[in-house]
Ligand binder design. Structure first.
Ligand code: DAH
Length: 342
């Protein structure tokens, strides 16, 4: 074995067992570095007999190439090994099934809202939105509920005035303010529904929640009668319960409609009485009425020319009826065990 062969096998042996990249770097310096073995072999060439010089140069270069190739291969192998080790440490196992993906579902209130929006848009209604932080003026005044009106007591209100502001701000207690906003912005005749959140300062229990959902309906046209109102409510109930529902009207007082009604629906869940209708076969579902002339005026419309009807569908209540939910607090409680059922 020549000296060069011995050097080469020494280098390759050490490279193949080098434990890390730092060791490879120092082997690299030792053999092919500026002052390394190859460099001194090349430096010695001029001292050799001329006949040996060419061969010496060739063996130095072969040594250099072989060492560089072995270094590069070992470095790749070390990198792969490190990666494997890291994955094992993570518990990575390519043969395991992937973790279960959590799938979300639409909230039941959203599902029912969308269904009703589809129903109403198919009947020519627009879907409108209004501010949740509302002016007293729209929540009460323009709906024919002046400051000292007893109807205010039935809607315990969260006031949220900014210090120093002149207008009274509150969290809307119903979606009715959008009736007036719609009249102000739209050219009659029009029909609109307004789904949304409303707020009341109430002690919460199974049937009271400080935040719940309503869907307001408003139709403005010429010559609107109670007959139109009843017809529209029956169509609505058929759309919701997928069958014809008998209705009855009882007088109901709401300052923004005249006449005002409580519309009861024949219980869709039973024939002889059940827990939903409290054994009466009727459920109180839809307060409604013909829009009061003062409200039309507040919306900038002439009550001699225009009339209309309005209704306030309790969305939260409807969702509870539909799915047999017995506590309104489930709706906004955020408990996944509840929500995952929908
Ligand atoms: N805004 C009323 C409430 O929240 C419900 C209501 C009653 C709305 C009669 C209406 C209506 O549009 O005509 O108590």
């Amino acid at each position: 074995m020549t000296d060069t062969d011995a050097t080469l096998s020494d280098a390759l042996g050490r490279i193949s067992t080098a434990p890390d990249v730092d060791t490879l770097r120092s082997i690299e310096r030792e053999f092919v570095g500026k002052d390394g073995v190859v460099a001194s072999m090349l430096a010695a060439i001029p001292t050799l007999p001329p006949a040996d010089r060419k061969g010496a140069g060739q063996s130095a270069n072969q040594l250099k190439q072989a060492v560089l190739t072995a270094l590069a291969e070992r470095e790749v192998a070390l990198g792969n090994a490190a990666l494997d080790a890291e994955r094992k440490g993570d518990g990575f196992d390519a043969s395991l099934p992937p973790p279960r993906l959590e799938r979300g579902t639409l909230h039941p209130v959203v599902q029912v809202t969308r269904e009703l929006e589809d129903l109403f848009t198919s009947m020519g209604y627009m879907v409108l939105d209004g501010p949740e932080v509302e002016l007293d003026e729209y929540n009460f005044e323009k709906l024919n509920i002046p400051a000292d009106h007893p109807a205010r007591d039935t809607q315990d209100t969260f006031y949220c005035n900014a210090p120093g502001s002149k207008a009274t701000l509150l969290l809307r207690t119903h979606t009715s303010p959008v009736q007036v906003r719609a009249m102000e912005h739209l050219q009659p005749p029009f029909r609109a529904v307004v789904p949304g959140k409303v707020f009341r300062q109430e002690t919460t229990d199974a049937s009271h929640e400080h935040t719940f959902h309503q869907m307001e309906g408003i139709v403005i046209d010429r010559n609107v009668s109670v007959g139109h109102l009843i017809g529209a409510m029956k169509t609505l109930l058929r759309g919701i319960f997928k069958k014809d529902i008998e209705v009855r009207l009882r007088p109901g007082y709401f300052p923004f409609v005249e006449p005002g009604f409580e519309l009861d629906a024949r219980c869709p869940f039973c024939e002889k009485g059940c827990s939903v209708c409290k054994q009466s076969t009727w459920i109180e579902l839809l307060p409604c009425g013909l829009v009061h002339p003062n409200v039309l005026k507040a919306g900038g419309l002439d009550p001699e020319e225009w009339g209309g009807f309005a209704f306030g569908l309790g969305l939260s209540r409807l969702v509870m009826l539909r799915y047999g939910i017995d506590d309104v607090r489930h709706l906004l409680g955020g408990d996944l065990r509840f929500l995952e059922q929908f």
